[in-house]
Design a protein around this ligand. Structure first.
Ligand code: GLV
Ligand code: MN
Length: 223
């Protein structure tokens, strides 16, 4: 049997305690960049956690400007919302910077339906209109508030949230994230419009309804 001296035992205990207290990587947002800039080379065939950087000699001023959030989008989806994303895929200059931004246009009565961002917390500012912004915690506690121009809301990473336009005119909100690719799990699409489809039996058993009810919902999401 191995016996440890009291001082060695104390040392081991201290090191174990320190390791336990150290923040684990899963608590972090995107990793910090290790260079001034790394404009994404989206066409590269390999990528790890970030996209590779395009050669510095090919970087131009345009790589640091994004025009995609300037215009009001057309409302094309069933929910009456258009979310225009300014993440690393549309704005490669964000690569490795750990930030991204969306423009959210919602028509009167429209909704940005319940969704969550697996890789980022979100902060948003209402520019026009009145929205009901709601979140649900992992303990199923619902928090919400009607917000108007100039008010700011925050959504902790991973929590389900939505915005409903409760005003008479269009609502415009800009949102920002602490990830260059926050991801978005839109619950109704995830469950009812996945490809290939989730088996109907899974959905009938999950929602405690019959097949007709599930097929009825699914039929609304054939875009
Ligand atoms: C709003 O919730 C957004 O994800 O932009
Ligand atoms: Mn969101």
């Amino acid at each position: 049997m191995i016996t440890l001296s009291p001082s060695l035992l104390l040392f081991c205990l201290t090191v174990s305690l320190l390791l336990l207290l150290l923040p684990l990587p899963s608590h972090c947002a995107d990793p910090d960049p290790l260079q001034d800039l790394c404009v994404a080379d989206l066409s590269a065939s390999i990528s790890a956690n970030n996209f590779p950087c395009k050669p510095l000699s090919e970087v131009t001023s345009d790589d640091f400007v994004f025009n995609g959030l300037r215009k009001q989008a057309n409302f094309t989806d069933a929910f009456g919302v258009t979310v225009t994303t300014g993440n690393v895929l549309s704005f490669p200059g964000l690569n490795t910077l750990g930030i991204a931004m969306n423009r959210v246009d919602i028509e009167p009565g429209g909704i940005n339906p319940p969704h969550s961002h697996p890789r980022a917390s979100e902060i948003g500012i209402v520019i026009e209109g009145n929205i009901l912004a709601g979140i649900v915690t992992t303990k199923n506690v619902y928090c919400s508030k009607v917000l108007t121009a100039g008010q700011v809301f925050v959504i902790p990473r991973g929590l389900v949230h939505f915005q409903l336009n409760v005003g008479q005119k269009k609502a415009l909100t800009f949102t920002a994230f602490n990830s260059h690719l926050p991801g978005s799990t839109v619950l109704p699409l995830n469950l009812f419009a996945a490809a290939p489809s989730i088996p109907v039996e899974v959905l009938t058993k999950t929602f405690l309804v019959d097949e007709d009810a599930i097929n009825n919902i699914k039929s609304k999401f054939v875009f």
